[in-house]
Design a protein around this ligand. Structure first.
Ligand code: ADP
Length: 342
């Protein structure tokens, strides 16, 4: 079942904050991750889709039905929150069966369904436990099972992993993704963790100041960010100002570099984005776009070292990643200098 937001705007009463003209679609079975800095409108978007916040303009359409005026409990949407929000007085099984009880499914059937869901999330043996006896990661799997038990028309995941330890997070990320795919659940995942978004999502939607800046596949948003704001938020990078000096040539101030400048006229001011893995350490002396300098701070990451490389006049260091840091020069292939227009 597809989910469509069509020109959705919302202001919190008495404020100019909220969402501004957001349009996006989530296809059936697709997982779209919503990212953006704190205050960018991620939770507001989720609350509007859930019906927890009302009074927006534009349309929210689920499976062809306009839900804009539909109350929360009639939207038939499954939700998972950061805080698990399990019922402490109910067993694990009864937590999962809860939504079915509300929908008047008979006891035997809802217990069977809840047990099936617990088996799927790997907690089949925990059905009779109290929720307090489970770890955070286990509680979140119960919350996922509970959300899926009602066979929801869409699944909303609100920072589901952010309360968990890093060690649990990586594993649960994979598990949630694989269960979401198995159920073909149309899913919106809100996260402040851009790496989580890239790893889990079919597409990533980036919000800032209540506006949608870009929606694209993880690869597209990383390799072709639509703006400086997206480039800065997604992945690591070095971003420097430049001017088009001639077709295929950039004046960086401290050097002239070859780059794909497209049809931009002479003198056009741009920003240039370089990803750390595209910086080649110690290229041959006659390499294109060779920049001499010296390595500054280094962070050992195991297979790679991340390091700053200082080029005189650049104003800030290049952030690079390679097996070993550069000794005296770097090079950046022309196709790896991405131009961001103002
Ligand atoms: P995010 O989830 O991306 O951190 P939110 O959706 O919570 O952002 O908030 C978007 C904007 O709306 C922010 O400027 C925030 O301060 C404002 N906001 C959030 N909740 C309320 C509220 N209940 N009343 C007024 N303003 C709010």
């Amino acid at each position: 079942m597809s989910l469509l937001l069509d020109s959705v705007s919302y202001n919190y009463p008495g404020s100019t904050h909220g969402l501004h003209d957001v349009s996006l679609d989530v296809r059936t079975g697709e997982l779209v991750a919503v990212i953006g800095p704190s205050g960018s409108g991620k939770s507001t978007l989720l609350k509007l889709v859930a019906g927890l916040e009302t009074g927006h303009t534009g349309r929210i359409v689920l499976g062809g039905d306009d839900m804009s005026r539909t109350p929360v409990h009639q939207r038939h949407i499954g939700m998972v929150f950061q805080s698990y929000a399990l019922f402490p007085h109910l067993s694990v099984l009864d937590n999962v069966a809860y939504g079915l009880k509300l929908r008047k499914v008979d006891t035997a059937e809802r217990r069977q369904r809840a047990q099936e869901l617990l088996d799927i999330v790997g907690l089949g043996d925990f059905a009779q436990r109290a929720t307090a006896q489970l770890s955070g990661g286990q509680q979140q799997r119960v919350a996922l099972a509970r959300a899926l038990a009602i066979d929801p028309r869409a699944l909303l995941l609100d920072e589901p992993l952010s309360a968990l330890d890093a060690s649990v997070r990586g594993h649960l990320r994979d598990q949630i993704r694989s269960i979401q795919q198995r159920f073909n659940a149309t899913t919106l995942l809100v996260t402040h963790d851009q790496e989580e978004a890239l790893v889990m999502a079919d597409r990533v939607a980036m919000l800032k100041d209540g506006r949608l800046l870009q929606i694209a596949t993880p690869r597209e948003i990383y390799e072709h960010p639509a703006s400086r704001a997206v480039a800065e938020f997604v992945g690591l990078s070095t971003i420097l100002p430049a001017k088009v000096a001639a077709p295929g040539r950039l004046d960086m101030g401290f050097a002239e570099l070859f780059a794909e400048t497209g049809t931009r006229p002479f003198g056009t001011a741009v920003h240039v984005l370089v990803r750390p893995e595209h910086i080649q350490p110690d290229p041959a002396p006659d390499s294109v776009n060779r920049l001499a300098g010296r390595t500054g701070a280094q962070r050992y990451l195991g297979a790679l070292t991340r390091y700053d490389f200082d080029v005189a006049g650049a104003g800030k260091p290049f952030l690079a990643e390679s097996a070993a840091p550069a000794a005296e020069a770097i090079a950046i292939a022309p196709e790896h200098l991405r131009l961001l227009d103002h």
